[in-house]
Design a protein around this ligand. Sequence first.
Ligand code: KIV
Ligand code: ZN
Length: 510
Amino acid sequence: MSQEKVTIFDTTLRDGEQSAGIGLTTQEKLEIAKQLERLGVDVIEAGFAAASPGDLQAVQKIAAEIRTPKIASLARCYIDDVDKAWEGVKGAARPRLHVFISSSDIQIMNQLRKNPEEVLDIAVASVERAKTYCDDVEFSPMDATRTDPEYLYQMLEAAISAGATTVNIADTVGYIIPSEFAERIEDIKRNVPNIDKAVLSVHCHNDLGLSVANSLAAVKAGVRQVEGCINGLGERAGNASLEEIIMAIETRNDFFDVSTNIDTTQIYRTSRLVSDITGFPVQPNKAIVGANAFRHASGIHQDGVLKDSSTFEIMDPKSIGWPSNSLVLGKLSGRAGLRARLEELGFHLEQEELNEVFESFKELADRKREVTDQDLETLLSNNRRTADIPTVYDLEHVQVSTGDHGVPTATVKIRNAEGEEIIDAATGTGPVDAVYMAINRVIGIENRLTEFRVDSVTEGIDAIGDVTIRIELQGDTFVGRGSDTDIIVASAKAYMNALNRSLAANPNAG
Ligand code: KIV
Ligand code: ZN
């Protein structure tokens, strides 16, 4: 007998983007949405259209370009919000409107300052408004897990009668415990008379580290839509990690007896792309996608895996698209070889982009004996970082003198939008500081560096260094990334990337 499907609802671009320190451009959101489509998610929540003109524009763009998954916009239970959300998704092949309102006494009394009857009426009116635009309407009672059960049943019943086709039980503050949640779901199924007219969904936050366990307990109890974010991004401690839920359903299919539409071989690439674009690293011991997820350190484990991988591996790394790490390219490789390898990795580039990446590949192959799949992914993201952001200032050269005696000194040559080359120099407490001081002398955007991180893309002394920084200016945070085999150059590129992003958002900053 064929298994029932669980709808995978991705909210990386909405709840994930609400993570403190993430701010994505429309182009970046579109890039993530394209990868989510390849991953095979059923619904992409593209944003919160009423939040800002930028959010609306991103939702519209995704709705226009991504044709297979449903495209949803979030809306508070205000008529104007619902109208804006519709403006966002109306161009989609399969639009969805997602309205939400607080349902717990704590939030109704302390935040909404209304009485429960008023809130119920507002919820119904908003679902009805959404229904005038769109058949597919999702309703979420916010903080549902701390809501009086009788009131929750009443609200769900009223929302479904008003036209909601999905009702989403939000564990907004990550409060519930898995066995308790399973019971709560059973109670909802028993006590909401029209529950069979809607898809029952869950949306779990990770404040107690239980979001995935809660989502899976709900699936076992009969829920047929799960919401979450790639890499567990989201408000505060984040949302349920979609890749973990998907692989739990896949690996323990004997237990869950449900399936998804996901192409699991796209998981690794999706995780990397989201981490790269958001600048949020994936912890090494993270389930499924962490760098150590398939590494065996102890001799006993290594011995077992060499004899038969199933001794210590419950998933085949290939099933999530883990890179083979096979060394395929070197400095003698040509454009055709590069294109072929990139296509094997799933990247299909236009000629112009291939030419750009080939140039960077040649430069890298001159400096690094072995160019691995991870190196190629880094070259691609490097290229994308610069291509997506209008380059107001371009770093042409950076030269540093440093050591344990003497003062670290940097010279930079920067080309501005008018094509003028400006050379300046500065000293600093260390080589990176000196480079940043020199760049500041040329560009002169006042900012505060709030994060600086260097990661190594592969192992070995000739590895590419990947630098992620965050700068703050006028209350906004901008992420910058840069990579190079020289970490000082990578640091300079990351800073230029962050400054160019800030100029793209606010052209008068410089
Ligand atoms: O956490 C939450 O309650 C939400 C809702 C808007 C679904 O994100
Ligand atoms: Zn949420």
